[in-house]
Design a protein around this ligand. Structure first.
Ligand code: NAI
Ligand code: MG
Length: 497
């Protein structure tokens, strides 16, 4: 018997078991050598440019515009013109037709977009194909449905568009964040100037082709690429009525200071340091899958990532052991390989930030675990990492790392779990793992977080509002709530065209 037990214990998958390469073809997407800004339905030559690369190989992919104040100004003028001359007066059902068209074209061209997203951003094709693209299309479908029903969504309040929306998005979900911003803005009758993140402009530029295919009137959506200076020019422009920003808390705060007293509207979706809380009555294997999905999905470049794992003390050892074993099966490497679980870190800058925070964890005394994995020589990579023996005061338990790094902490009672989970300046999301429905509700009521997942993590749906508490920002995206920031109502001031 003892003999048998031992054999079972030592019989995991064979050691040298490997997958054959399964690369997705790059041929489905044609990348131009050079892209301009998309303004008033035309490609407008920029004055400055820079090269955008693939973070998995460091290979340059294309030259894109570094938008200047003048480029931003031209885009805002085009958006204002489109707003005043037609778009804002169009009936909701007509606007819906364009949004439905965009959604369908995104579905038709999803493979092309998924490959480009993985090339330019480093995320595994499995995720861009199965998460980013379906959700981006779903967002356009969902808000297309609201476009002619705004009066029902907000009865007796005469909902009207706000005007020109300036939208600034990050690099972790480039096309999906574009969809979160553009779809509700257009559904409500606004026009848009969007600035993609500097490291991931290519799917937004390919999206301009979709806009043309959908015959969207010129100037309704304008795209200006560039870095933070381009973003700042958009924030400061007098012709913009509303700013929607997703990115770092630091830049979010600067934007809020900048806009104070201007009358421009603002929504901010910022950082997070979510607690993923596992009670001793939960299904451990499922919890392990949820933990892995919570922090290693998209290399941990997720604002709502479950980066702080709270484990009830009585199950700490078996859970951590299962988690470490699961980590050894994650495949890190080529984002275009269909078997890849963890792709490339988005940029050299982000890799540097992850490295320095991980070093601080080691220095402060936490215990680090990384599964054996061979990282490619070129490109930006970081092995999936777990820290145990973490104190609440350590930087790795407090600061957003935005990488594949998990900090494990423990608790004894539900009250202690609540106290520790809420002990953060952020409040974007949380996860609860337990078999008891009553405990889920008890916990959900007490979590100071915009989204609370129960027995799952990182689930997104366009019908569900998403947004933060505290330093994670304000305003909601998704759902009926996501319409509100793009509407003005009777009794409110309106920035007229
Ligand atoms: P960031 O906040 O600088 O960049 C986000 C977007 O804002 C980009 O499009 C950028 O060009 C633009 N931007 C930068 N400075 C600006 C300014 N002064 N005015 C207007 N727009 C500006 O974020 P970054 O530097 O890429 O990442 C730093 C950290 O921020 C990450 O390590 C992560 O912790 C956090 N982050 C959080 C995100 C989220 O989804 N909540 C997304 C990206 C980053
Ligand atoms: Mg920055």
């Amino acid at each position: 018997m003892a003999e048998l037990d031992r054999t079972q214990q030592h019989a995991p998958a064979p050691k040298d078991w490997t997958y054959a390469p399964a690369p997705e073809s790059r041929d489905v997407v044609r990348i131009a050598e050079r892209y301009s800004n998309f303004v008033g339905g035309e490609w407008v030559e920029p004055s400055g440019t820079y090269a955008t690369i693939s973070p998995s190989s460091e290979e340059p992919l294309a030259t894109v515009a570094q938008g200047t104040d003048a480029d931003v100004d031209a885009a805002v003028v085009a958006a204002r013109d489109a707003f005043a001359n037609g778009w804002s007066e169009l009936s909701g059902s007509e606007r819906a037709k364009y949004l439905f068209r965009i959604a369908r074209i995104l579905q038709e061209r999803s493979r092309e977009f998924a490959v480009l997203e993985s090339l330019n951003g480093g995320k595994p094709i499995k995720e861009s194909r199965d998460v980013d693209l379906p959700l981006a299309a779903a967002h356009f479908f969902y808000y297309a449905g609201w476009a002619d029903k705004l009066e029902y969504a907000f009865p007796n309040r005469r909902p009207r568009p706000v005007g020109v929306a300036g939208q600034i998005i990050p690099w972790n979900f480039p096309l999906l964040m574009l969809a979160w911003k553009v779809a509700p803005a257009l559904a409500c009758g606004n026009t848009v100037v969007l600035k993609p993140a500097e490291t991931t402009p290519l799917t937004a530029l390919l999206f301009c082709d979709v806009l043309r295919q959908a015959d969207l009137p010129a100037g309704v959506v304008n795209i200006v690429t560039g870095d933070g200076r381009t973003g700042a020019a958009l924030v400061e422009h007098d012709g913009v009525d509303k700013i929607a920003f997703t990115g770092s808390t630091e830049v979010g705060k600067a934007i809020q200071r900048r806009l104070a007293g201007t009358g421009k509207r603002l929504t901010l979706e910022l950082g997070g340091k979510a607690a993923n809380i596992v009670f001793d009555d939960s299904a451990l294997d499922q919890a392990v899958e949820g933990i892995v999905n919570g922090i290693y999905f998209n290399q941990g470049h997720v604002c709502c990532a479950g980066s702080r794992l709270f484990v009830q003390e009585s199950i700490y050892e078996p859970l951590v052991e299962k988690l470490k074993r699961r980590l050894t099966t994650l495949r890190v490497g080529d984002p275009l390989d269909k078997n890849t679980d963890v792709g490339a870190i988005n940029s050299a800058m982000q890799l540097e930030k992850i490295r320095s925070l991980v070093q601080s964890g080691v220095d402060e005394g936490a215990e680090i675990y990384q599964p054996p994995c061979r990282l490619p020589e070129k490109g930006y990579w970081f092995a999936p990492t777990v820290f145990t023996n973490v104190a609440q005061s350590y930087r790795i338990a407090q600061e957003e790392i935005f990488g594949p790094v998990l900090s494990v902490l423990t608790f004894r009672t539900p009250d202690e779990a609540v106290e520790k989970a809420n002990n953060t300046p952020y409040g974007l999301s949380a996860g609860v793992w337990t078999e008891k429905g009553s405990r889920i509700l008890w916990m959900a009521q007490r979590m100071r977080a915009g989204v609370v997942w129960a027995n799952t993590f990182n689930r997104f749906d366009p019908t569900s509002p998403f947004g933060g508490y505290k330093e994670s920002g304000f305003g909601r995206e998704g759902g009926r709530h996501g319409l509100e920031p793009y509407l003005t109502f009777d009794g409110e001031g309106r920035h007229d065209a």
